[in-house]
Design a protein around this ligand. Structure first.
Ligand SMILES: *[C@@H]1O[C@H](CO)[C@@H](O)[C@H](O)[C@H]1NC(C)=O
Length: 469
């Protein structure tokens, strides 16, 4: 086969390469950097990725970063060798077919281009004055350090930070002092250039404090008022900083509310992130953060505790109500909004637990509490219902045991429930380590589970009594 024919065989009328098992190792070893997508033709996410992947392939071709696609229904041996478990799987290779790292960016053309470009750069690019402007324009957020030969401590601090954060940001260093002068920044200094807000932020802390520098870069890279969408959500959720969502479904509200929020966002920088959520597209997310789908609406979500703080939806959203709301959130006075059904006036043999009485009944009571977490639509929960009722009746006169259940879709509960029904026993003497029930869902087995676990506890107590004698 001629070289030209070989090329025609591997390039399928696009800038995405198709490589077979025989060619794979050589192809990867010949390219210092490549992105490989393992896919199956029937996979929906693969289909939606395809046009984005094409665009990215064309853009990255100029930078000599090939994008490859492997069809696992054809190249099954290659996919097995690469231990592909699901589709699409994207892997970044750096000149060694035996080693790869998962692609960790979003699945859009822009995100792929930006991510792979960063992978292709050294962690810090040394810039001449001629290269400076183009480099600063090369991404939404670009970090530049201005320093010279004598600042060797700063050089190593900066290199370490860049190595750590290289997947998120582009890092450059400029030795030429006259560039710092032109930019109106000190020498040495570290500067974040961004395509939004104030365009430039200069670090004014201790240049030896690498944690503070990294924190500054992360904070400054987020817009003052950003946007929550499928691409940005995980950045917010992982930041460790509470997020104030602005649920907005109307252009005029957008203008008014962002104007009111802006000065507060400046004040609260580093304490609370602010981001607009387009309620026309993602209004359903309101339910997840304890809002009714009535907009505009504001809510702060603390991702660490998963508590939500709603701006009372019976109030009008005004400059004044926003100010009062944020003040009370920051001072800690604002109570989290608990999603809850009403507490029932009377209880039967099976205790109805809701968001508002959960802590009191399950966590703070001095009883063994069996909790069934259920969903109204769950079939297995429905078949369990008569058995659970009998279980409740069996323990009805036992003052030390509560048989309870909670509709986990209608009430806030402090843990994540992976499936329904989930049944856990919160033992009187160890509420922090509930025991999950994994046995058969029949009356005898459930009774035995409760009795065994409370019997163990009774014996513990006996031993303690004995020791005290
Ligand atoms: C900083 O360190 C890098 C890598 O060790 C080196 O190439 C570069 O010249 C240093 N920069 C300055 C201004 O000394």
């Amino acid at each position: 086969m001629s070289a030209l024919a070989a090329l025609a065989a591997t390039v399928v009328a696009s800038d995405v390469y198709r490589v077979s098992l025989d060619e794979f190792d050589e192809f990867i070893n010949d390219n210092p950097l490549a992105l490989v997508e393992f896919f199956a033709p029937w996979c929906g996410h693969c289909k939606s990725l395809a046009p984005e992947y094409e665009i990215a392939a064309t853009a990255l071709k100029e930078k000599n970063i090939p994008l490859v696609q492997i069809d696992c229904t054809v190249e099954d041996a290659l996919c097995a060798q690469q231990q592909i478990q699901g589709y699409p799987t994207l892997k970044v290779f750096k000149g060694d077919a035996k080693k790869s790292v998962p692609y960790a960016g979003a699945r859009s053309a822009d995100a792929i281009i930006s991510y792979m470009t960063k992978q292709g750069l050294p962690s810090v690019s040394q810039l001449t004055s001629a290269e400076f402007s183009e480099f600063v324009d090369s991404d939404d957020v670009v970090v530049i350090a201005h320093f010279g030969k004598k600042d060797s401590a700063l050089n190593s601090t900066y290199n370490a930070i860049a190595e750590e954060l290289r997947e998120n940001f582009v890092f450059g260093a400029v030795e030429d002092e006259s560039i710092a002068k032109e930019q109106g920044v000190q020498y040495p200094s570290i500067v974040v250039h961004k395509k939004f807000d104030d365009k430039i932020a200069v670090y004014d802390g201790d240049l030896a404090d690498s944690a503070a520098i990294a924190n500054f870069i992360s904070l400054e890279s987020m817009p003052l008022i950003g946007e929550v969408n499928a691409n940005t959500f995980s950045n917010y959720a992982q930041s460790g900083i509470p997020l104030c969502y602005l649920f907005i479904d109307d252009e005029e509200d957008l203008v008014r509310i962002t104007k009111w929020v802006e000065p507060r966002a400046k004040e609260l920088k580093g304490k609370v992130f602010f981001a607009v959520l387009d309620a026309k597209l993602y209004g359903g997310h309101a339910e997840n953060v304890n809002l009714k789908q009535e907009f505009p609406a504001l809510v702060v979500q603390n991702f660490e505790t998963d508590k939500k703080y709603v701006l009372d939806q019976s109030l009008e959203v005004t400059e004044k109500s926003i100010k009062a709301y944020l003040d009370s959130f920051v001072s800690g006075e604002l109570e989290p909004t608990v999603k809850s059904e009403p507490i029932p006036e009377t209880q039967g043999p099976v205790y109805t637990i809701v968001g508002k009485n959960y802590d009191d009944v399950v966590l703070n009571s001095k009883k063994d509490v069996l909790v069934e977490f259920y969903a109204p639509w769950c079939g297995h929960c429905k078949s369990l219902a008569p058995i659970y009722q009998e279980l409740g009746e069996y323990f009805e006169d036992d003052d030390n045991v509560i048989i309870g259940q909670v509709d986990a879709t209608a009430n806030d509960i402090p843990e994540r429930i992976p499936g329904y029904p989930t049944i856990k026993l919160y033992k009187a003497n160890d509420k922090k380590n509930p025991v999950e029930y994994r046995g058969a869902r029949n009356l005898e087995a459930l009774i035995e589970f409760i009795e065994q676990n409370s019997k163990a506890e009774a014996e513990d107590e006996k031993t303690i009594d004995h020791d005290e004698l």
